[in-house]
Design a protein around this ligand. Structure first.
Ligand code: NDP
Ligand code: MG
Length: 378
């Protein structure tokens, strides 16, 4: 039995992780859960899983609503859970910068991480890489593109890889020109054509910040230079990504737009037990697939991600921090859709570069980036 500690249990990935765990009661046992504020959902999970030993809640003021003995609260709640329970695999499915510390803490404890929180690598890639090497722990990707690549790499030598090809749906506005983006609404932005996800990543898909994050994520997960990581537009989101080998074979992984497969693969690797999906991919009825060269003029955030990814240092922390803050303002309808890009570009131009940041320096950069964007508009 694999003991699972799940961060971000009440979110989109978190709930689907619980579904995978519940589909395999012979394999998994849930020993801990954390969330930000959704106490009613936490209570439902606690009732269904008497195996839970630790519960974390960021919002201290709501802790009284949780029907459980001791609840860890505040900014350290996830780290406290990691330190206070025995587990085999951490599933990190929180959103944002806050995911980095728990990833590092788990690796230091010698425990592998199934990673949905891409911000861990975007912000702290070099720190995570160093911790993995030193502690001999492993990361298992949950992001669908990276899971696809991980599956396509299985059984082949890395030196035989020519390039990774990450597919991009194009997000909510893929049929709009840049001129047509000036007055798009929050509601339109949150209507992703293919995936049902948390708000932040849905906005990031529309700006392509998400694909930029994924390029950086791939660089650290698979230890390949940016020159070997490509992106291609593929509006159906059926081919989840590909690996192009030196002999020109291109391996692809196909599936429905359902995160439970990548989650299960990360939890069960290298096994593939039965998975029940709502709409499993039917090769005979759905396959009309399109691939188009990436348009960097249309999606400047993706181009920017390649540039800042190569610079390393605190660039990812500025990129992510500015984006998180700008999205918050956009969702509150205080800034426009295109102001998200402007916030990121301006923050990157104005916040000083730090070459080999410690965790504390990344935290400081994150605060700086948020304050910078707030001051820019409010
Ligand atoms: P959601 O917004 O749906 O869920 C976020 C989860 O994190 C919630 O459980 C939330 O709790 C919790 N949380 C937020 N802040 C804190 C905090 N400070 N302390 C503790 N818990 C916190 O996000 P998603 O599930 O969509 O995304 C999670 C991660 O997975 C992101 O990094 C995203 O980029 C990545 N990802 C998501 C995909 C998807 O299909 N959704 C696909 C690929 C990657 P609460 O509910 O109480 O607010
Ligand atoms: Mg993805």
């Amino acid at each position: 039995m694999k003991k699972i500690l799940l961060l971000g249990a009440t979110g989109s990935i978190g709930m689907q992780t619980i579904d995978v765990i519940e589909q395999h009661p012979d394999r998994f046992v849930l020993v801990g859960i954390c969330a930000n504020h959704n106490t009613s959902r936490l209570n439902e999970i606690i009732q269904k899983h008497p195996s839970i030993q630790v519960v974390g809640l960021q919002r201290e003021d709501l802790a009284g609503q949780i029907e459980f003995g001791k609840v860890f609260t505040g900014n350290d709640c996830m780290v406290k859970c990691i330190e206070n329970v025995e587990y085999d695999l951490l599933v990190n499915a929180v959103v944002g910068f806050v995911g980095l510390k728990p990833t590092l803490t788990s690796l230091e404890k010698g425990k592998d991480v199934a990673l949905a929180n891409k911000e861990s690598l975007v912000v702290g890639g070099p720190l995570v890489r160093e911790a993995l090497k030193r502690t001999k722990t492993k990361l298992y990707p949950i992001d669908s593109e990276h899971s696809a690549i991980f599956q396509c790499l299985h059984g082949n030598a890395k030196k035989e890889v020519k390039r990774l090809i990450i597919t991009a749906s194009g997000g909510s506005f893929r049929d709009k020109t840049r001129e047509e983006l000036t007055d798009v609404t929050v509601e339109q932005t949150l209507a992703h054509p293919n995936w049902n996800m948390g708000k932040r990543i849905t906005v990031d898909s529309a700006t392509m910040v998400n694909k930029g994050f994924e390029v950086i994520e791939a660089h650290y997960l698979f230890d390949l230079p940016y020159e070997q990581i490509d992106t291609v537009l593929h509006k159906e989101s059926i081919v989840h990504s590909m690996v192009h080998y030196q002999d020109n074979a291109i391996m692809a992984q196909l599936g429905s737009a359902d995160m439970r497969l990548p989650i299960q693969y990360a939890l069960c690797y290298p096994e593939r037990p039965v998975l029940t999906e709502d709409n499993p991919l039917d090769m005979t009825s759905t396959l009309d697939l399109h691939f188009k060269k990436m348009d960097y003029e249309r999606y400047p955030m993706l181009k920017l991600a390649y540039e800042l990814g190569k610079k390393e240092g605190n660039q990812g922390a500025i990129f992510n921090g500015a984006d998180e803050q700008a999205i918050e303002l956009f969702l509150q309808e205080k800034i426009s859709f295109l102001d998200i890009e402007k916030s990121i570009i301006s923050a990157l131009e104005n916040i000083p570069y730090v070459e080999n940041p410690t965790y504390e320096q990344l935290e400081q950069t994150d605060r700086q980036a948020r304050a910078y964007v707030k001051a820019l508009w409010c």
